[in-house]
Design a protein around this ligand. Sequence first.
Ligand code: NAP
Length: 322
Amino acid sequence: MRVETSVTMERVIIIGSGPAGLTAAVYAARANLNPLVFAGGLYGGQLMLTTEVENFPGFPDGIMGPDLMIKFREQAERFGARIENVDVTSVDFSKRPFTVSTSEGSYQAKTVIVATGASARWLEIPGEEKLRGRGVSTCATCDGAFFRDKHIVVVGGGDSAMEEALFLTRFGSKVTVIHRRDHLRASKIMAERATSHEKIAFVWNTVVDEVLGDPVMTGLKLRNVETGETSEFAADALFIAIGHTPNTSIFQDQLDLDEAGYIVSPDGTSTSVDGIFVAGDVSDLRYKQAITAAGAGCKAAMDAEKHLEALEFAMRETATAR
Ligand code: NAP
């Protein structure tokens, strides 16, 4: 059966709806570019999976991540951004106009802003996949409440791990952080909060080799990386907070990516294809903050606007010369 696709020409398509994508949408909409945003089936990016955000300027008492993203979205829509909750399935950046396809059709655009963010990484160890949703999770906000009065383990030594561990103290009888080194990568304030919390214990220089239990998680197989000693550790839940992988699978053959899969951008907004811009965690190995992503979204939209101006001016000149 032949599937009919609609082809619509857009001036700017934005892929992604975290702080980068929705800030780009606010700026592009206010520049009268009438942006079309493909927000993904689960819009809002990583902040939809987090609890309180304390470091986004303008909210002195903090704000819940999902509430912040609702405000971003409302602000973009107020200025006319069209936001579709669908996933982009493929792109063709090899020729102009660029093509962006979703399950609902194909769209053509003069410029595209890629702001697809990053997703939580998994340990990729035996038992992990089988016990996902049965004790193993990457989202404390989503699954923490299932483990009231249970012993919960968090793996990782960064800010995310500390944030998850602190949040999980609301539910668990005890939270143990297992980290592969003997000191934390987390910022001082988060590390101090976690290390001084009475419900949180630390196991250092240790990795998880296997998740145990059937049909639900009952424990972990641990290995001390210094001594090589292995042991079994009884616990009811495992929350994995070991960083993120950029969401770039649909751009593999379309844009230059670095070894870790991040989109290469020499100046923070441009990519290897003229007219395709990038913003946020999908090209940011270093900062990965909501505020830096929002700033990048602003820059990408301003650069896309400049690019369009030049493109449309050149097209008018050519038309007049004919
Ligand atoms: P991250 O800073 O990259 O930390 C990842 C942690 O996981 C590291 O401690 C790393 O160990 C460990 N790890 C990585 N792979 C592992 C593996 N296979 N097995 C065991 N452990 C592994 O990632 P993040 O914590 O998600 O933070 C990302 C960025 O977001 C950072 O810039 C952070 O500051 C920011 N962030 C900020 C906040 C906040 O301010 N409230 C909250 C969340 C995130 P090593 O230390 O040995 O490398």
